[in-house]
Design a binder for this molecule. Structure first.
Ligand SMILES: NC(=O)C1=CN([C@@H]2O[C@H](COP(=O)(O)OP(=O)(O)OC[C@H]3O[C@@H](n4cnc5c(N)ncnc54)[C@H](O)[C@@H]3O)[C@@H](O)[C@H]2O)C=CC1
Ligand SMILES: O=C(O)C(=O)COP(=O)(O)O
Length: 529
């Protein structure tokens, strides 16, 4: 008998198919601590959760029979994906089932903010007939949407119907798609400066953590209103409070918190200008049924060794292909990460070219690693080798793979070109050198020879005497030790690049100082993790 543990409140109707299955036993045990889960998890083949259960490495370590973890919802930030992948535990989610519900919650929060509904309700039921609550209309207001994925796009659609002007930002949002949605493609800076309302709909990644913080609040319109129904931490809570005290923020609505549940003395719970709900974004009868049905269906497939979808971690790869390709997986992902970090535009196409030995192998699994690297900057832990191609497709990013036997001087070569909507492109090529390991051998049009590891500092500048000296001095004065340096140029006095390996991350202020040097075009820190 296959055993499934449901450790968070999940719709009974949704998991009915699991309960009806003759080969499956379902047990519901909610509210367990990590230790309690560790005690019992070895009995189970599958674990079904929402966002409360933190599925830690310790739990997976104890889950000797665990084949699948099903997340009845979108965010998998409560599941240690790396630990699951390491152990071959498939993690699946239900990405589509709660989109509308969460969008509607964000919209309800926006309307409640505009008309002080929770505050007015509280007074009225206390017996105070207070008609001083003066609201604002949504019509003709500017709404900034950060994160134009499933939920953000639905919010934008509804806001349009309310007569709002919408500014949207998403690294994968192109002019074309923005036009289709009837919104204006904007930068984060344009949004924070111009929006009357801002709503965030991104996952929590290193890049989105505190993407709205002091610097952004400082330039906002006085009296703006802000909503977070995505993940705690996308908006910096402490900075938001300061902006509220300064009158920059007139009102805020938060469904999610940096720590959940927030402590009883959390200032958001005691501020009349802040509306809070306890992570209810996905909590409707419809969404809970949808996500539970979706996840139960896939869990059943996995338990029965049938084809499944919505896996967010490990894909099955045939051992023979695996043996040939495995040495390239890390390099492929690094090339993807590198090229994505160099690019600052909305991506339209990722062109992967395999040359030499690699042109004879089925490179599909390797392409998944490359695309994962290229998308991880924006999708964080939500992208993996199972879903990377799918994520690119649904974001209208065209993946083109070509192969050539021509060796270009290398036994094998992976070239990745990221083409942006504005016609610009960035290119990185890398190879595995016998005896030397992975090397990056081309950045844009410049030949280089760099080991893809540690901290890289990428500088683009005009080829003039003294630049290299200036960079060395500035880094030295700031205690940044240079381990290696490569320079590249095509013509004397023309465009040039410098790639430095440095012993520690270059502080932001030093990057800013570097940019102030004459003839500098760009100074950027690149990480391979
Ligand atoms: N409050 C709640 O109960 C719920 C919260 N959520 C959360 O809402 C968020 C969005 O969910 P979906 O729309 O379904 O996901 P999605 O994956 O369809 O959309 C997320 C979007 O964020 C974009 N993004 C990533 N980094 C960005 C950056 N630095 N700046 C701007 N955009 C960036 C991605 O490109 C993507 O288009 C997730 O964090 C999810 O966990 C989802 C459902 C319920
Ligand atoms: O689906 C998501 O990402 C959510 O945040 C919903 O969380 P929940 O299932 O309501 O605990």
């Amino acid at each position: 008998m296959l055993k499934v543990l449901v450790s968070d409140p999940i719709s009974d109707l949704g998991i009915q198919q699991l309960m009806d299955a003759e080969d499956v036993v379902v047990e519901k045990k909610t509210g367990l601590s990590e230790d309690e889960l560790v005690q019992i998890i070895a009995e189970y083949d599958a674990l079904l959760v929402r966002s409360q259960t933190k599925v830690t490495e310790k739990i997976m370590e104890a889950g000797k029979n665990l084949k699948v973890i099903g997340r009845a919802g979108v965010g998998v930030d409560n599941i240690n994906l790396e630990a699951a992948t390491k152990r071959g535990i498939i993690v699946i989610n239900a990405p589509d089932g709660n989109t509308i519900t969460t969008c509607e919650h964000a919209f309800a929060m926006m309307m409640a903010l505009a008309r002080h509904i929770p505050q007015a309700y509280a007074k009225t039921i206390q017996g105070t007939w207070d008609r001083k609550f003066l609201g604002v209309e949504l019509r003709n207001k500017t709404l900034g949407v950060l994160g134009m994925g499933r939920i953000g796009s639905e919010v934008a659609k509804r806001a349009k119907a309310f007569g709002m002007d919408i500014l949207g930002y998403d690294p994968f949002l192109t002019e074309e798609r923005a036009d289709k949605l009837g919104i204006t493609l904007a930068t984060v800076d344009q949004i924070v400066r111009n929006a009357d309302f801002i709503t965030v709909h991104t996952p929590l990644t290193p890049e989105t953590k505190h993407m709205i913080s002091t610097k952004q609040f400082e330039v906002m319109k006085k009296g703006m209103r802000i909503i977070n129904c995505a993940r705690g931490g996308v908006i910096d809570e402490a900075a938001m409070l300061v902006a509220l005290e300064q009158g920059i923020v007139e009102g805020a609505a938060f469904d999610v918190f940096e720590q959940e549940p927030p402590a009883a003395d959390h200032p958001f719970l005691h501020n009349p200008k802040i509306i809070v709900t306890p992570h209810l974004g996905a909590s409707t009868i419809e969404a809970q049924e949808n996500v539970a049905i979706d996840v139960s269906e896939q869990v059943l497939h996995i338990l029965r060794n049938e084809p499944f979808k919505n896996a967010v971690n490990m894909p099955p790869v045939a051992p023979s292909v695996m043996n040939k390709l495995q040495p390239y997986f890390v390099l492929g992902e690094q090339i993807g990460t590198l090229v994505a970090q160099l690019n600052n535009q909305a991506v339209q196409e990722i062109h992967v070219e395999y040359a030499g030995d690699l042109s004879e192998v089925d490179t599909q699994p390797l392409t998944r690693y490359i695309i994962k690297g290229a998308l991880s900057r924006h999708f964080g832990s939500d992208v993996n080798i199972v879903n990377s191609m799918h994520l690119a497709k649904v974001r209208d990013v065209n993946i083109v793979v070509s192969k050539t036997a021509a060796t270009k001087g290398f036994t094998n070569l992976i070239s990745v070109t990221l083409k942006a909507g504005d016609g610009s492109d960035r290119r990185i090529a890398g190879t595995l050198l016998n005896g030397y390991g992975a090397r990056i051998v081309q950045i844009d049009k410049f030949p280089v020879d760099i080991a893809p590891e540690g901290n890289l500092l990428f500088i683009s500048h005009n080829d003039k005497p003294g630049i290299i000296g200036n960079v060395g001095t500035l880094l030295g004065n700031n205690d940044v030790n240079i381990a290696s340096m490569q320079v590249g140029r095509k013509i004397v006095g023309g465009e040039a690049i410098m790639v430095l390996t440095v012993d520690k991350a270059v502080p932001k202020e030093v990057l800013e100082d570097l940019l102030k040097q004459p003839e500098m075009n760009k100074a950027q820190q690149i990480a391979f993790s």
